[in-house]
Design a protein around this ligand. Structure first.
Ligand code: AP5
Length: 214
């Protein structure tokens, strides 16, 4: 089964994708995480992407499409995948359609997680991640059980993203409205779009997603 999760920054795409990985045994493919790994490794792609990401703008389509096409070919995608943060423009959605046809694959569900702009600014600016295992937390909404200790792996080392400040989040929201929101109508016209209220509690959103996916 192959899924696309759509939604603005902070809607909960990454949080929910990690939960759905466990539920369905399919892999999360986050283009944001892949790009951050490229930046950390100092690769040519990472050098091109770094400033763009720090400004909250979108990385050029051609770079993203090549990156995701190669990733889908890896063995861990054979059972299925969850696209998180891709596609983000109509040209990316068109390229995804052609790419999957060429690979003999298809998308089973496109799910838009809806969330208010002001709420997502608070979510994103309070977010932090375990440096060891990548588990996500929030200063207010998703604290670890023991303060300062990751629930999953026990590490006490956490990081915050360079683009998770209020100014950049607002720019990411503008990029979303201008370039990504149109693909909601794009998939609506294809008849495979579902929507889920992302303003509910995290567990409630997970339950709703499972209901929609079946
Ligand atoms: P990317 O990493 O994809 O960031 P994003 O789309 O801005 O999404 P986020 O990761 O911020 O939000 P999320 O929906 O995953 O929220 P989360 O679950 O963490 O992209 C970063 C950059 O890379 C882009 O700006 C661009 O430059 C580049 N890029 C990436 N893909 C690209 C592409 N395809 N094309 C071009 N450029 C690309 O939740 C946020 C916080 O809220 C967490 O702390 C969580 O605990 C909390 N939370 C989640 N759900 C709830 C809830 N229901 N209630 C309360 N709190 C909640």
């Amino acid at each position: 089964m192959n899924l696309i999760l759509l939604g603005p920054p902070g809607a909960g795409k990454g949080t929910q994708a990690k939960r759905l990985e466990d539920v369905y045994g399919i892999v999360q493919l986050s283009t944001g995480d892949m790009l951050r790994a490229e930046v950390d490794s100092g690769s040519e792609l990472g050098k091109q992407a770094k400033g763009i990401m720090e400004a909250g703008d979108l990385v050029p389509d051609a770079l993203i499409i090549d990156m995701i096409s190669g990733r889908i070919d890896l063995d861990d995608c054979k059972q299925g995948f969850i696209l998180d943060g891709f596609p983000r423009t109509v040209p990316q959605a068109d390229a995804l359609g052609s790419m999957l046809t060429d690979k003999g694959l298809q998308i089973d569900h496109v799910i838009a997680i809806e969330a208010d702009s002001e709420a997502v600014v608070a979510r994103v600016t309070g977010r932090y991640t375990c440096s060891e295992c990548g588990s996500g937390y929030h200063d207010e909404f998703q604290k670890p059980v023991k303060d300062g200790i990751c629930d999953k792996c026990g590490s006490s080392d956490f990081t915050r993203r360079a683009d998770d400040n209020a100014e950049t989040v607002r720019n990411r929201l503008s990029a979303y409205e201008e370039q990504t929101a149109p693909i909601i109508a794009y998939y609506g016209e294809k008849g495979i779009l579902k929507t889920v209220d992302g303003m509910a509690d995290i567990d409630v959103v997970t339950a709703k997603l499972k209901e929609v996916i079946g």
